[in-house]
Design a protein around this ligand. Structure first.
Ligand code: G3P
Length: 218
């Protein structure tokens, strides 16, 4: 399985609304021989990107809701209906209480939706690993959005994160994210035992996102 490069558009002014499809099309042109590239666009642009590009598209969130009388929710069934088969859950900017998270991971498994569940600490990782999601992404909050990457700042904790996940849930793959912005960061993340990275501002805010990614994925 190729390492996963998951690009989170968040709701940056450079990657929201009409700009989201433009950015996704640039990303779709990046050669991806050694990696799988996926995007998590803002929720209001996700359908367009899922339907107009060949990228794997992740929802930035999924709710514990079936189809029915639920206002302002994101049901797994609706994601599937628009062609989205993967979701980020519990991002530190969109936390989900643990008891609901367990049920949402279960729901996604039943619906065959791939889950990337974020965790900010080793203790949170241990609580989430027992749900056996497809991926756990270790993202220490203090480095999100910054220029110092988690791989530079906390290499030893990434190793511990991988160990903690694999001890509890050997099939769950581990990603890391926060401040990832270079080929070196990606290389270190993989050397430390992860199976990919989450990237936010470095791609969304890059002057030339295609060139930036190509240099990173060389
Ligand atoms: O989901 C990705 C993330 O939170 C990391 O963001 O901007 O630090 O790469 P960033």
């Amino acid at each position: 399985m190729k390492p996963l490069i998951l690009i989170n558009f968040k709701t940056y002014k450079e990657s929201y609304g009409n700009k989201a499809l433009e950015l996704a099309k640039k990303i779709a042109k990046v050669k991806k021989n050694k990696y799988q590239i996926a995007v998590a666009p803002s929720l209001l642009t996700i359908k367009e990107i899922a339907q107009k590009t060949n990228l794997t598209v992740f929802s930035q969130h999924t709710d514990l809701a079936d189809l029915g009388a639920h206002t302002g929710r994101i049901p797994a069934d609706e994601l599937k209906a628009i062609g989205v088969k993967s979701t980020i859950l519990n991002h530190s900017e969109r936390k989900i209480p643990l008891k609901f998270l367990k049920e949402i991971v279960e729901l996604c498994k039943n619906k065959k939706i791939v889950t990337v569940v974020c965790a900010s600490t080793i203790s949170e990782i241990k609580k989430i690993a027992v749900f056996h999601p497809n991926y756990i992404a270790y993202e220490p909050k203090e480095f999100i959005g910054g220029n110092i990457s988690v791989t530079e700042a906390k290499p030893e904790i990434i190793v511990r994160a991988v160990e903690a996940v694999k001890y509890i849930s050997p099939k769950t793959k581990v990603l890391c994210g926060a401040g990832i912005h270079s080929k070196e960061d990606l290389g270190h993340a993989l050397l430390l035992g992860t199976e990919g990275v989450l990237i936010g501002h470095a791609v969304s805010k890059a002057k030339d996102p295609k060139k930036f990614l190509e240099e990173m994925l060389i």
